[in-house]
Design a protein around this ligand. Sequence first.
Ligand SMILES: Cc1cc2nc3c(=O)[nH]c(=O)nc-3n(C[C@H](O)[C@H](O)[C@H](O)COP(=O)(O)OP(=O)(O)OC[C@H]3O[C@@H](n4cnc5c(N)ncnc54)[C@H](O)[C@@H]3O)c2cc1C
Length: 387
Amino acid sequence: MYQTIVIGAGIAGAVAARALAEAGGGKVLVLERRGHIGGNCYDRPDEYGILVHEYGPHIFHTNDEGVFKYLSRFTEWYLYPQGHQVVAKVDGGLIPIPFNLNTLHLVYGEEKGSVLEKKLIDAYGEGSRVGILELKKSEDADIRQIAEFVYENVFLRYTMKQWGQTPEEISPEVTGRVPVLISRDNRYFQDRYQGVPRDGFTPMFEKLLAHEDIEVQLGVEAKERVTLTEGGILLDGEAFRGNVIFTGALDELFDCRFGRLPYRSLRFDFEHLDKNDFQGHSVVNYTVSEDFTRITEFQYLTGQTGCSGTTIVREYPFAYSGTAGEIPYYAILDEENKMLYEKYRGLTDGLPNFHLLGRLAEYKYYNMDVMVRGALTLAERIMEEKR
Ligand SMILES: Cc1cc2nc3c(=O)[nH]c(=O)nc-3n(C[C@H](O)[C@H](O)[C@H](O)COP(=O)(O)OP(=O)(O)OC[C@H]3O[C@@H](n4cnc5c(N)ncnc54)[C@H](O)[C@@H]3O)c2cc1C
């Protein structure tokens, strides 16, 4: 009855299912273990009518015209006129990040800021983006001091919280990439399109999956329906000869037989406040103090107006342990873990119609736009093989 089974109704699974159904690939069965579609992009109105992102703030941003056009078939957009901007709380004040010339003036005051601005422009050129390791090599003590400020106040403690690392464990290569922007650009991303679906991500997913050849089953653990055997794939105990697109965690699929793939997880603490404004910004990063990494205030993220009160969420990172209810969010991409992943991937080598797609199945960090592109590419490849 089905030509394809897609496991997971996140952005990877939903786009792949739609692309295959539209290309005439036949009936697609989407199995999703959660009680909703959208994966980690899922949003919903809270009890006060405020649209919240259940799994942390998601901002769609891309330079990929094709991906933007594709998703625009399923949603209109609330595009941020000034791009997505993030500030960090440092010494009780708010400073724009990534660190740029506006930040420089706020931190050092107008007089010293102007002197330092000139030094940076003379040394690296206006509009450039310089890693702090590069700045640390400067012969000018003032420039080295800027690098030190960024390292201490923007990078170090934030990274320790996010990744649970000690300063010694943080690789110099990662440190080196922390940028200083020699410009007045306060945007967090440099992409052309930045925003969120105007009515939310979940309605966009509903439209994506609304196709006569797509059947979505929620609350279904795929392992209870789909079995991988030496000889091939079974659906409900019967041989299944179509394609299976798996977007879940690969180690879990094989009962973690070689050990768990390490991840960082997050706890989200939502709070509704009986006032019109909490922080005046969509996202404030706590790069120096507090146990949480950031606070998101949803009204500024989604552009929603006319609600009473405001809802915020604090994010607390911790090590994923696999306990029921925990969600693996960020793959910890070191060499050892990548090798472990490859060991699991090897178990699927003999199954040419079993495809791994998405942040969990590929053990990578993907932004949404890259995921959409990946799903469209896989669907095209599958259709070509069918021809
Ligand atoms: C806190 C956070 C913030 C982010 N912010 C941004 C952002 O601002 N911009 C951006 O572009 N990207 C952002 N991302 C990345 C974005 O979330 C991913 O690109 C996207 O979720 C990847 O989609 P996916 O389909 O691969 O995975 P998911 O969204 O995780 O979807 C996988 C789905 O598969 C289901 N599933 C898994 N295993 C099974 C199984 N065995 N049986 C049945 N169902 C199963 C899961 O329940 C889930 O619904 C963020 C990520 C995080 C963690």
